[in-house]
Design a protein around this ligand. Structure first.
Ligand code: PLP
Length: 404
């Protein structure tokens, strides 16, 4: 099992104070904190072997290239991806989605339909709306049921021969609910539709197996899995990535350039125009090492314990209502207390050192579905403790007393 106090010592930020109180960081769904090992990887790159990659014959460039490519290989193994060239480094989850949506006119024709779910993050809605506008396709939406799960019967009814693409998140950042992505993909395949799964909330919290899942594309955010900001991953099936046109043109992504015609490089370079986030890629490799050492199954089991503990405690607050209360969910609790404004509660608990998120969580459609402007969202990571949850719940009680 995990030694939480030992783990906490790896995260320097967890020992700081906020407003004179020990920091309690429950905004992990927005971004995770970083262990010293990841911070060191960034410092070491700039201190010892900063050089551009894939270009120089000199020693520093070779070293940097080897470490960057070693990180790609770590990601390949971590997500059980067949080949390293199917691991595309991007600047983040949003970039990964846009890289696919931008070129997805090769999969989506005029008059076709594209399915999204109603629990998507804006970054998995807007790029697809832009695609639909460009090609003249229609957006269809899978409704969400009262308990926060997707209406699978409705999904099966929306699917038809015109469905060209289905995009859904693996875990909703607004509700924490895990979506039945395997079934969603299987149903989409019956109609020959392409699939993209937004894995921003799953990549750092559960074991993922790209070959078992069988999506055409899957996107990940480095900064939500203990890596730095500015680095993400796009996974794709080899065929799908080969068919998808490049997102950006520039250096590194070409084979031959003349003014008459340019030919593109093969995977993964076709999608990695320009100098990448070299330090970020290497540091993401360090984050993967760190998560591997703890074990994703251990992380998931411990975070689930925190979820159950936190859910019980929050339910005891008079007037509390949790959105998305099902067993199959990540350690994210989205809730409101009576008709109190989430922002007011968030501000008071921050004064007491507790960082929670308030607002629509970049998912306005799902807030509209529940008829609320937003929620308070407490999201846990493996370095959080039940003691911290107790402090949050006390702070919530205080905030509710002050406001009602
Ligand atoms: C965080 C998040 C995104 C956006 O990722 P960025 O890191 O902001 O690019 C998209 N979808 C979900 C489900 C998220 O949680």
């Amino acid at each position: 099992m995990l030694d939480i106090q030992k783990i906490r010592a790896d995260f320097p930020i967890l020992s700081r104070e906020v407003n004179g109180q020990p920091l309690i960081y429950f905004d992990n769904a927005a971004t995770s904190q970083k262990p010293q090992q990841v911070i060191d990887a960034i410092t070491e790159y700039y201190t010892r072997y900063n050089a551009n990659i894939h270009r120089g014959v000199h020693a520093l460039s070779q070293e940097a290239t080897d470490l960057f490519e070693a990180a790609r290989e770590k990601a390949r193994v971590f997500f059980n991806i067949p080949k390293a060239k199917q691991v595309i480094f991007t600047s983040g989850n949003t970039h990964s989605i846009n890289a696919v949506a931008h070129g997805a006119h090769v999969f989506v024709n005029k008059g076709d339909e594209l399915i999204v779910s109603s629990v998507e993050h804006h970054s998995n809605i807007v790029p697809w709306q832009m695609l639909c506008e460009r090609v003249g396709a229609h957006l269809k939406v899978i409704p969400v049921l009262e308990n926060g799960t997707l209406d699978m019967d409705a999904y099966k009814k929306i699917l038809n021969d015109k469905t060209a693409f289905v995009v859904v998140n693996h875990i909703s950042n607004a509700l924490g609910v895990t979506n039945p992505v395997k079934d969603i993909i299987k149903e989409a395949k019956k109609y020959g539709a392409m699939t993209l799964i937004d894995g921003a909330q799953s990549c750092g919290h559960m074991k993922l197996d790209m070959q078992e899942l069988d999506a055409d594309f899957y996107t990940m955010a480095g900064h939500k899995m203990c890596g730095p900001t500015g680095i993400g991953i796009l996974y794709g099936k080899e065929d799908a990535l080969n068919q998808l046109p490049p997102y950006q043109g520039g250096g590194e992504m070409i084979d031959q350039v003349t003014f008459e015609k340019t030919t593109y490089a093969g995977l993964p370079h076709k999608f990695e125009a320009g100098t990448p986030n070299i330090a970020g890629g290497i540091a993401l490799g360090a984050a993967i090492d760190y998560l591997n050492e703890l074990g994703m199954d251990n992380i998931a089991a411990y975070e689930h314990e925190l979820l159950e503990y936190g859910t019980e405690a929050i339910k005891k607050i008079p007037g509390a209502k949790i959105y998305g209360e099902v067993t199959d969910k990540a350690a994210v609790i989205s809730f409101n207390v009576s008709s109190l404004h989430p922002y007011d509660i968030g501000t008071i608990v921050d004064k007491l050192g507790v960082a929670v998120r308030t607002g629509h969580h970049c998912a306005q459609p799902v807030m509209d579905r529940f008829g609320i402007p937003g929620t308070i969202r407490a999201s846990f990571a493996f370095y959080n403790t039940k003691d911290e949850i107790d402090v949050m719940v006390q702070a919530l009680h205080r905030a509710v007393n002050m406001l009602s």
